[in-house]
Design a protein around this ligand. Structure first.
Ligand SMILES: C=CC1=C(C)c2cc3[nH]c(cc4nc(cc5[nH]c(cc1n2)c(C)c5CCC(=O)O)C(CCC(=O)O)=C4C)c(C)c3C=C
Ligand SMILES: [Fe+2]
Length: 430
């Protein structure tokens, strides 16, 4: 049975499917095949499987899935879920064959987790460690997406892949004001897990790290959140920790032309292995919340160039009204200040990125007593050099927001194209 056959949205279809070797093994592990067949023919067999095995339990909501297989990886233009668990890995093995085997195992595990299934075949054997750590058993897939990328260091001389590094994929230049800590920088591999349940997201990262044992190790992680769908059933633009709607100016992910222009690497630019992939930038941006909270509202709004409550551009009335950067006040000054965040990020409007950021809160800085909270900025783009870098250069030079933020982490990853069933993540490269 293929993974895809198991991924249909119709729960009944799960019951009509042929029983796989894996199912047989699993069922044998919980008391013996003969015993279950004795429970009432094939119908009883399947029923017993449902009740005894969380993998096909009716509690797993199959409508709550984002397909894992496809032309492009999920988790990029997928509408952002409520929670993020991000992980960067360093590869310890020097053998490409080990890395390939790891990505093959990760692919199988990711396909299972995104369907809300437990990983592997050894979850009912009492004499071996389970192949799934178990904390997501009985939980819905929660729209979990698992997005894989490789960083510039993946292409050093360890694996013979240096000739395949995309020109795009290099560490970002130092920007004005950066205070980067290696605690949140770089990585041979970056994995973005997003889900509508934190335990489901954590489970995914934990199990991917467990599977990597002996081949790759975690070097940094970051959890993130936004308001949940439960708290905002009408799905308004989420607010960041500075209280402003964040995401309004994103390109429309349902517009295929816009996504081809902004997000997906095209055949024409290469390298061939990246076609339908995308470049991801992560920046851990700490907010000086205590300073912001002492700033008057009019100055906060001038900082962004938008009103806090409605999210509308200054001088306009609705959130999605055009920015109107040409408008001037009676005193001749621009309505949207020249050093405001939206004006600088927008530039001349010809270049966009797709932002997919999450708020984070990681306790306090014990040295200062201030909260270590902010934005785990994530963006996807076709070209880091033509899209992200010029934008961040403008922002780092003149953005009024810089009084209230500091960039403390930075990483870039080439996110592979999607994977076909039977294939594995990264197969276009190695
Ligand atoms: C280099 C890219 C960007 C970084 C880094 C960045 C940091 C950052 N942004 C906010 C809050 C907001 N950003 C908004 C708009 C916006 N930001 C960027 C890029 C970066 N932001 C772009 C491209 C845009 C859209 C500009 C446009 O064309 O309209 C807004 C306004 C609402 C919105 O459009 O989302 C807010 C609010 C924070 C807090 C932050 C770092 C902590
Ligand atoms: Fe921004």
């Amino acid at each position: 049975m293929t993974h895809n056959q198991e991924s249909g949205n119709d729960q009944d279809s799960v019951l009509r499917k042929p029983v796989s070797r894996r199912d047989l093994l699993r069922m044998a592990g919980v008391g013996g095949l003969g015993l279950m067949l004795g429970a009432g023919g094939m119908g009883g067999f399947l029923q017993a499987g449902r009740s005894l095995n969380a993998n096909s339990s009716p509690a797993r909501n199959t409508g709550d899935q984002v397909p894992f297989y496809g032309l492009q990886q999920s988790g990029i233009i997928t509408p952002p879920q409520d929670f993020l668990c991000f992980a960067a890995f360093a590869i310890r093995s020097k053998k490409l064959a080990d890395v390939r085997a790891l990505f093959q195992k990760w692919t199988a595990a990711a396909a299972e987790m995104t369907q809300g299934r437990m990983i592997g075949e050894w979850n009912e054997q009492h004499n071996s460690p389970p192949s799934d750590t178990g904390e997501a058993e009985g939980l819905s897939p929660s729209k979990v997406t698992i997005t894989f990328g490789v960083g510039p260091s993946f292409f050093d001389d360890r694996f013979g892949l240096s000739g395949k590094r995309p020109a795009e994929l290099r560490d970002l230049p130092a920007f004005n004001g950066d205070q980067l800590s290696e605690d949140w920088c770089g990585g041979d591999i970056g994995i973005q897990v997003c889900a509508n349940d934190m335990q489901v997201a954590f489970h995914a990262i934990r199990n991917l790290a467990r599977i990597a044992r002996g081949i790759a190790v975690l070097i940094w992680t970051q959890e993130g959140f936004q308001r949940t769908a439960g708290a905002d059933p009408t799905a308004q633009t989420p607010r960041n920790l500075l209280g402003f709607k964040d995401g309004t100016g994103n390109p429309d992910v349902t517009d295929k032309k816009a996504m081809a222009k902004t997000v997906w690497v095209q055949q024409i630019e290469g390298p061939a292995w990246m076609e339908n992939g995308s470049y991801m930038v992560t920046r851990r941006i700490r907010m000086r919340l205590e300073v912001w909270d002492r700033t008057q509202l009019s100055e906060q709004e001038a900082t962004f160039g938008r009103y806090r409550s409605s999210g509308a551009p200054l001088g306009a009335s609705k959130e999605f009204d055009p920015l109107g950067l040409d408008r001037v006040r009676e005193d001749g000054e621009p309505v949207i200040p020249v050093n405001s965040h939206v004006r600088l990020a927008h530039g001349d409007g010809s270049v966009q990125i797709l932002r997919r950021s999450y708020s984070y809160s990681s306790g306090i800085d014990r040295r200062t007593g201030q909260m270590d909270s902010g934005l785990f900025f994530v963006s996807y783009q076709r070209s880091i050099a033509k899209q992200f870098i010029p934008m961040q250069q403008r922002l780092s030079q003149s953005d009024k927001l810089n009084e209230y933020i500091v960039h403390v982490g930075s990483a870039v990853f080439a996110c592979f194209p999607g994977v076909r069933e039977g294939g594995y993540i990264g197969e276009t490269l190695f």
